[in-house]
Design a protein around this ligand. Structure first.
Ligand code: COA
Length: 261
């Protein structure tokens, strides 16, 4: 992966670690940072060396404290629409990625930061993490898919409360609401938990993992019949070499060796 200014990415043992690194601005997402995230995800699906992704923020204080307010402040109406559509498109790339993507939320995940975490397939929070959609404090609303994903994840009433009040919630409360999968005491433990989960997934059949992503995402897409997608994906899995390997390995009482084919 190419090195970039605001985002560091490094493949360690099949896991691509993506770190947003604008620590002096609490890792706020400016346009350049979003572009760099897009460039990285353009490659992830087709790169066979990458089996899973972890996204985190540099330092201990913030995952991402939102879109960069100094840039939002300058937006015209036309550019604001483009701004939202661009962010939505990049976060959809993450959500539809066929490799598992876990957010390790190490501190503030506000506005676009909470939206980025929600676009990932799972979230592990550090105990000091704080989640919120404080856009109303600026006279705007979430624009990177937050109104949709937050409602899906925690339900209408709580999503309305968080977005209308702009309140922040703790990692434990986020876990109770279903916004995060696990809470770890510190960043190191949170990264370890994410690596443990990815380690389990990396032993499974890659095609099946990608199809789980498609089927789960189809639940939330109005123009798709999720049951049809599930049946088609199931049939595609049965056609794969990995299915032959998985069933043979079970019958031969050995560990399967999946190739993603
Ligand atoms: N956009 C741009 N800059 C941001 C930012 C954002 N979303 N969030 C934080 N920063 C910058 C601050 O301006 C400050 O920069 P400076 O040192 O050059 O002045 C730096 O990051 C540190 O932030 P600071 O506010 O001093 O830290 P804090 O500990 O006092 O407060 C927060 C932390 C997260 C509560 C506070 O920074 C905040 O409310 N940020 C905005 C959150 C937000 O509204 N996000 C949604 C945007 S749509």
């Amino acid at each position: 992966m190419a090195e970039s200014t605001n985002v560091h990415s490094e493949n360690k043992g099949g896991i691509l670690f993506i770190t947003i690194q604008r620590e002096s601005k609490l890792n706020a997402l400016n346009f350049a940072t979003l572009d760099e995230i897009k460039t990285i995800f353009d490659e992830v699906n087709d790169n066979r060396e990458i089996k899973g992704v972890i996204i985190t923020g540099a330092g201990e204080k913030a995952f991402v404290a939102g879109a960069d307010i100094s840039e939002i402040a300058e937006l015209s109406e036309v550019n604001a629409r483009k701004f939202a559509e661009n962010g939505q498109e990049i976060f959809q790339m993450i959500e539809s990625c066929h490799k598992p993507v876990i957010a390790v939320v190490n501190g503030f995940a506000l506005g676009g930061g909470c939206e980025l975490a929600m676009a990932c397939h799972m979230r592990i929070a550090t105990a000091n993490a704080k989640f919120g959609q404080p856009e109303v404090n600026l006279g705007i609303i979430p624009g990177y898919g937050g109104t949709q994903r937050l409602t899906i994840l925690i339900g209408r009433g709580k999503a309305n409360e968080l977005m209308m009040t702009g309140d922040m919630i703790s990692a434990e409360e986020a876990k109770t609401l279903g916004l995060v999968n696990h809470v770890a005491s510190n960043k190191e433990d949170a990264l370890q938990k994410a690596e443990d989960i990815l380690g389990k997934i990396m032993d499974k059949a890659p095609l099946a993992i990608g199809m789980i992503v498609d089927c789960v995402n189809s639940v939330y897409t109005n123009d798709e019949n999720g049951y049809l997608i599930e049946a088609n994906s199931f049939a595609r899995c049965v056609k794969s070499d990995d299915f032959a390997e998985g069933t043979s390995a079970f019958l031969e009482k050995r560990k399967p060796d999946f190739k993603g084919e």
